[in-house]
Design a protein around this ligand. Sequence first.
Ligand code: ZN
Ligand code: ZN
Length: 139
Amino acid sequence: MPHKTAPSFPQYGGCQCGALRYQLSRPPLAIWACHCNQCRKQSGGAFGMSASVAVETLHFIAGAPAIWPRQTDAGHFTDCLFCARCGTRIAHRRREHGGRMALKPGTLDDTSWVVPERHVFTDTALDWVTPLIPIEPAP
Ligand SMILES: [Zn+2]
Ligand SMILES: [Zn+2]
């Protein structure tokens, strides 16, 4: 499914309590939904969503994120950026991927254009979610 284009940039977003606000100056490079157990745990929902953005296009304009460094099963370190007051996760920044970070796109003020282009870790998707996942076209 192709993702829609946002009405205009910059777009704005923030955490649930409003202490953290950010500006996204350019469209994401990709948007995906992840059905792994870690994304489910982190989001508290059925799956997680990520928007890959260039690091220089995401600016905090109110507050500064707290950082929880998490080591993945593969041994990589991901800095998880969140609001220290309300706990909303804003982004993940893998240390060896310096140029990009994964914005949690549900934190955007306007989410009408946020459509995942692909689904990953679908083998661990919840049963009721599976019918919603588009079948990959044959290569
Ligand atoms: Zn907050
Ligand atoms: Zn995941």
